[in-house]
Each structure stands twice: as C-alpha cells, then as structure tokens.
Design a protein around this ligand. Sequence first.
Ligand code: AMP
Length: 291
Amino acid sequence: MTEVAKTTVVRTRAALRQALAAAPRPVGLVPTMGWLHEGHRALMQRAREDNATVVVSIFVNPRQFNVASDFTRYPRNEARDLAMCEAEGVDLVFAPDVEEIYPPGFATTVSVGTVALPLEGAARPGHFDGVATVVAILFDLVGAERAYFGQKDAQQVMVIRQMARDLAIGTEVVTCPTVREPDGLALSSRNVHLSPEQRAAAPVLRQALVSARDAWLAGERSGDALRARMRDVLAAEPLADVEYVSLADGLTLAELDEVGGRALASLAVRFGTTRLIDNEILDESRGTATD
Ligand code: AMP
C-alpha cells in the first residue's frame, strides 16, 4: 500500500512561507477562488504532473469584483474544495481570509496596461487591477516555478503574463485547455446560479463560437462577418442577453477587420443576473482552431 500524504492547509502568509521553506522543488501554483470543479481539477492534475510540490490557493478576492453583490453571492464550500485537493494529491492549500491578503492600510494596486482595457476590462472596471494585484501577491508569496491558469479566462492569462514579465517575476505562466460539460458549456463556478431554463440555454455561447470557428475554417476572414455570425447565433436564444462579442488580435486584443495570424473570438453573455464568458483561439499557424 502506498502512503498518501495529507494536504496541509495554511491560512497565514507566515505559515505559507514556513511550509514552503522545506518543500521539494519545483513548485506549481494553482490560484483559485474555490467552489472547485473539473476545470480546476485539470489545472491541479497538470501541476501535479509537472512539479514536486503543488500549492492551491483558495481566496475569493474582493478586489476583482466590480459589483459588491457578485462578491457576496460567490459560492463557497471549503470542505468540498479541500476534499478535491486531497484527492488530487495537492501538498499545500493556502486559504487566507481577506485581512491576511489585504491588511489594514493596504494601498497598492497593480495595474496592467492596454491588454487589460478592452473586453472584460471594459465590462468590469477595476476587475483586472484586482486580479493582477492578488496574483502578484500570490506569486511573490509562493515563489513557484510555474503557475497554472485556464484558457477559459483568456484575457486574464494575457494580463497575468504581462504582469509577470514586467515585474520580472520568475514564475512561468502555463495555460490549460477549457474543460466543458458534454453539451459544450464551459465549467464555471457561476453555472450554479443558472435556473434550469438558463442552464439549458447556456451552451449557446459555445455554439456561437463554434459557428465562428467553422466559418473561419471554411475561409471567412472578415472580422465583421465573424462577429455577425456569433451575434446571429446568440440572437436566436431569447434568454441570452449579449454584453459583448469580439474578434480580436490574439496579442493586443484590438478588434480586427481582417483575421490573420492568431486571433481570439470571445464573448460575454448574461442569463438573468449570471454572467458567462467563453472564447476560442483561431490560430492561422496551426491551421486549426484550438482551445
Ligand atoms: P476561478 O476559481 O474561477 O478564479 O478560476 C481559477 C482558475 O481556474 C483560473 O485560472 C480559471 O481560468 C480556471 N478555470 C475556470 N474554469 C475553467 C474551465 N472550465 N476549464 C479550465 N480552467 C478553468
């Protein structure tokens, strides 16, 4: 019988540093806000494959919610989250409270430049400042060789890469494919808020992206045509309230007239008060679309 090491839970910066001092290298970090699902599990498994020590952070970061009610209603279940971490052989869980990350007098904001401005940055003012600030703190505290993020939040990965590069943080940012339900809906902690009718309608995000991808694979290169195609698919679903539809440059996120090189098709759609996002990379150099 093989001995399975238990997951250690730490709640303070000091305890985290102490636990990491003796940890075998390399260290892989998976930052999360909890309410863990199969998307998070895939990040943990990739981190487990690549590293001698796996650290998962669970922290619902108030600074990245531009709407206060969204923060308070964000789902939480630490016992269930810890069970998943344990099952995936995670060595260390860092689950601080808000004051541990933002002690009284905390006054610094990490603000990343133009890549943080459009799309999610425009729809959710301050969101990426909150993300970049907390991830900078986590990167500094953990000092991991690698950190793992989901392609589902494509712009977030771009913001974090820019931040890590600019601040000369030695943690490699690894992007993992989006994990989906069988009907195509990207897993998200927010899916729990969907009513049965909204849940049934939500795969329309994926359908819109697949429609754009198929047109692109068939040779369509007009940004307007591809955006219109996504809008048409979404318009056919009465429960879908479209926030944005984008076909943007894969590096700068500037909206494209002509699609070439690496592009990002992305969208944000509301179902009642629940906001969902998804995206698809259209990469000319690979000849196919990838997640
Ligand atoms: P969150 O807990 O929502 O902040 O997400 C933590 C990490 O999990 C982020 O890097 C997300 O991009 C990633 N993630 C969330 N949903 C998925 C998914 N369906 N597939 C892959 N990664 C995901």
